[in-house]
Design a protein around this ligand. Sequence first.
Ligand code: PGA
Length: 254
Amino acid sequence: MRLIITNSYEQMGFEAANIVAGQIYLKPDSVLGLATGSTPVSMYERLVAVHRTVGLDFSEVTTFNLDEYIGMGSDNPQSYHYFMQDKFFRHINIKPENVHLPDGMAEDMEAEGERYEKLIAAKGGIDLQVLGIGQNAHIGFNEPDVKFAATTHKVELDEETIMANSRFFNHADEVPRYAISMGIKTIMMAGHVILLANGRNKAKAVYKALCGDVTPEAPASILQLHRDVVVIVDREAAEMLPSEIRGVTIARKG
Ligand code: PGA
């Protein structure tokens, strides 16, 4: 694992965007795994700026998102389909047919999970997976007590996740209770992983992910066993990391 601690949320997104852009320059037909939520927004903004200013080319890129709420169609403003169009896809030159998210409206979620996994495999697997982390150390919607061997599947959201995500809704009752998410196995099969976190409310989860036991109770802890992970966090999210770890990090200005 490599750790980059930045001074700001914007700088965290800048560093992440550099890695994503580098991946695309090296392999123009890269397969990217993407995340939603507040965390990656500054990364998307920076990638859009790089596309606009120096022409970073997404025309051969394929994307697979981590998850989607069950029962939400792509035209629902709360859906992750909508979020991705709004924050990223409509601002770049990606081909619509190269964009993939799990279908939260599928009738049979088991079949949808299998379809998604087959599609990822057919594209040659994910080259670079971007992850946020939940306050409960979830990645994607893989909640505590996750099965490490799971691939894309239906999940029941934790109460903590529902409360955390209720900030995007009028009321906690409106947050869907179920989602379809890539599994830990899907994530661990990616060639490279970037884990992003900002803010003090993520410090404990970041500590568990990097320094805790590898346990299904802290799903992100499995990343300790991945061979190529870059963790990019702001100072607040790094707050609980022991100094010996912080000492070997690359601290960036910004
Ligand atoms: P957030 O969500 O970026 O909105 O904090 C991250 C996550 O739950 O994985």
